[in-house]
Design a protein around this ligand. Structure first.
Ligand SMILES: NC(=O)c1ccc[n+]([C@@H]2O[C@H](COP(=O)([O-])OP(=O)(O)OC[C@H]3O[C@@H](n4cnc5c(N)ncnc54)[C@H](OP(=O)(O)O)[C@@H]3O)[C@@H](O)[C@H]2O)c1
Length: 301
């Protein structure tokens, strides 16, 4: 008896937060293929169903047909790296594109930091370029915009807060610390990406993908303090002090960046899940639903 033919996928950003969960979900759904990263392959491998290729996406790869023909592309790299490859990928037989952007395209557009505004503009342009390139090649595409990602144990947000708490036993919050956050587990993003393969409702669309719980910044830190078994020692910092410090420090300096980051603790970065829930059956988990596994980066057995 011959084995059923497997479906093909091409994953960009193999060393990122979402790719391991994506590769596992795709392999479980009968997919195999190729993953791309600038790094050498890890040991143990990401997934036996995916062959790891080391490649910098700022370069030009001929994208061999054997990787691409009939494949779906999943991009979890910074979106601006992707559009320039779409034409050649389409000519080699690519079937569909599912690409991660970010809700930063909205939240950073009016930031007080010029660098943040540049990121938002870069993402906005990348989304427009991806749409043009896919339309020109007749490829169905979906753009997915996560909020704050955690769950791999390697993120620079939630894990960084946890490391700080563990190291110093407290965490500073700019009063009142009521900006809304919706941390999203990397595996829920992988689930949404795979769901795009199963429905035409995903085609030609963009979806915001928040996590399953909306928390204030303070609540998010309190939850991490509880997990770290650190008696919730949040140190309140007056916002006027941070604003003053920010104004006194040179633009681009580390202190200015830290002040910008801290002042954002009182900004709402929250998004509506309705469209993704309706069209992708997106049901993200609550924050730290399985805290020790979520913060270790281990995958569910
Ligand atoms: N982190 C967040 O909270 C967040 C929030 C919203 C949206 N997103 C988006 O969600 C996706 C996944 O997030 P993430 O935090 O895992 O992403 P990331 O750390 O920004 O990047 C993911 C991967 O992109 C690869 N990459 C970067 N430049 C590359 C290049 N020139 N050539 C080849 N690979 C390159 C990196 O691989 P190597 O360095 O190993 O080569 C990295 O592993 C990304 O599209 C990101 O923009 C992230």
């Amino acid at each position: 008896m011959t084995a059923a033919p497997r479906h093909r996928a091409l994953i960009l950003g193999a060393a990122g937060q979402v790719a391991p969960f994506l590769a596992a979900r795709l392999a479980a759904s009968g997919y195999e293929g190729v993953t791309v990263s600038r790094r050498p392959p890890p040991e143990p491998p990401l997934s036996p169903a995916f062959v790891w290729h080391t490649f910098d996406l700022t370069g030009d790869l001929p994208w061999p047909g054997a990787w691409v023909d009939g494949a779906c592309l999943f991009s979890s790299v910074p979106l601006w790296l992707v559009p320039r490859h779409i034409g050649i990928l389409a000519s080699q037989g690519l079937r569909q594109v599912v690409a991660f952007s970010s809700t930063s395209v909205y939240t950073k557009a009016h930031s007080r930091s010029a660098k943040d505004r540049q990121v938002a503009e870069r993402l906005r342009q990348a989304e427009a370029d991806l749409v043009s390139a896919c339309d020109a090649s007749g490829l169905p595409y979906t753009i997915l915009r996560p909020t704050l990602i955690y769950g791999s144990g390697r993120d620079g947000n939630v894990s960084a807060i946890l490391r700080f708490i563990k190291r110093f036993g407290f965490f500073p919050i700019v009063r009142p610390g009521t900006g809304l956050r919706q941390p999203v587990h990397a595996d829920d993003l992988a689930d949404a990406a795979v769901a795009c393969l199963a429905t035409d409702k995903a085609h030609g669309r963009g979806f915001n993908l928040p996590g399953g719980e909306t928390l204030t910044y303070r609540q998010m830190v309190e939850r991490l303090c509880t997990f770290a078994r650190c008696r919730s020692r949040i140190v309140d910092v007056p916002s006027g002090l941070v604003t003053l410090l920010s104004a006194m420090t040179p633009p681009g300096s580390r202190l200015r960046k830290l002040c910008t980051l801290m002042l954002r603790m009182n900004e709402d970065l929250a998004f509506d899940v309705t469209l993704a829930a309706r069209d992708l059956q997106y049901r993200p988990r609550r924050f730290l639903a399985d805290a020790s596994q979520d913060m270790s980066g281990r995958m569910a057995p």
